[in-house]
Design a protein around this ligand. Sequence first.
Ligand code: NAD
Length: 492
Amino acid sequence: MTVKANRLFINGEWVDSSSGETFEVRNPANGEVIALAAKGTREDAQRAIKAARFAFDEGGWGDSKARDRAELLWKVADLIEARAEEFAQTDTRNNGKPLRESRYDVSDAVNQFRYYAGLCTKPQGQTYDVPDDISAMVVREPIGVVGAITCWNYPLVMNAQKIAPALAAGNTLVLKPADLTPLSTIMLFECLEQAGFPPGVANLVTGPGSVVGDEISRNELVDKVAFTGGTETGITIMKNAADTVKKLSLELGGKSPNIVFADADFETAVDYALFAIFANQGEVCSAGSRLLLQEEIYEPFLARLVERAQKIVVGDGADPETEMGPLISKEHMERVLAYIQLGRDEGAQLLCGGNRLTDRGRGNGYFVEPTIFAVDRQDLRIVQEEIFGPVLVVQKFTTEQEAIRLANSTRYGLAGGVFTNDGAKAQRVIRKLRAGITWINTYHPTFNEAPWGGYKMSGIGRELGTYGYEAYTEVKQINVNLQVQPIGWFRE
Ligand code: NAD
């Protein structure tokens, strides 16, 4: 069945693309077209940006009160929750991820709106004890118009984690979701509309990154760009945003190390090593895609890991038995398979997987087996480059120093994990990892309360938590004279 989703939300109204054109949205489990989305144009993006500018400067939203914004955000959370199962089913159908993951994403998005509804009414700013009868203080103010550009691996959450803090802090917004997964975003904007945000405060323009995203990152009326996606795209956006000195936050790629010492709890570490790379089909920026094993446990650990990886049930995310879904698109599947071929060509040892799965009704879907390579060289491209799929590279290390050196030897610095029963060693190693999101004896749990973001080429700035709120604010110092009289600096 084809769902008609071909609408943009601009200045409080659902409208067609100015070109009248649409693009196809598919279910990656079977390749079928499930919707037609509006192919927004540069003019659509400009109109949305102007609406957001007007709503901020003249429409009153720039002077809105935190308590009123909190109330609206809380309503959004309730509205998402009321449609929770519909949201989950939509993301599974559009993204492919297993339903249990989509359901988790929905609760995460609901919590983001509630978290920021609460946070925006809490105390903020500072006062200073300064000389000269001056009362000095700092207040936080909204930045203005935010342009948000997002990717497809967590379609609902990625958008919620930008919309909620941006609006909570009093900004207006134009959002461009990933072309591959616009459906839950359209539903999310239905919730924003229903909650009662004034026209122009939140605008949605679906369409190509090279057109709509490009306009958002260049347009002089946009004050900040918040981007989640690949590092190369992030670099392009940063360059395009430079001409108008926009504020930027970039959540980019990763190639994160998961280090297991010989003294770790064996079964726990195996279990998390699988979860680290194969959750969400490996389409996770923070995936533990490089497993570093201490030599004493290298052989038994690999044997157990491969045994369990081969048992992972790969299928349509809508099937409750499914543990790992399809990759997002045919193009992405082909890219991942090309990396697997590259690994073979580079001389890495393929331990399991490596193929597209086409049996048992999976023929038209974009399914790839959980794949594990053993490698002994740090300079291989499959060690250095982000594959963004179910492909794990395993390396052996001897000493703590070697583990740290290998862990830090890529251009990325998003996440990392350490498994050991030696508490002091765990802390020592984690402190040495050049990464923004880290775990000890676990992998992947993250919370809306804590900051999310990367070192090195994994990004700039932080989302989520109080850091992610501050990222949508400007800082203003105010100096108040407590003795209102002439300064007398110049003779009369
Ligand atoms: P992508 O960079 O291709 O696309 C991301 C978004 O940017 C899409 O909406 C796309 O349409 C838009 N875009 C593309 N070209 C553009 C341009 N020239 N100007 C403006 N916008 C443009 O990334 P992707 O393939 O959708 O996502 C995968 C990448 O995202 C991976 O590298 C992954 O690690 C990263 N990611 C990072 C995080 C994080 O929090 N750090 C989270 C999820 C995904």
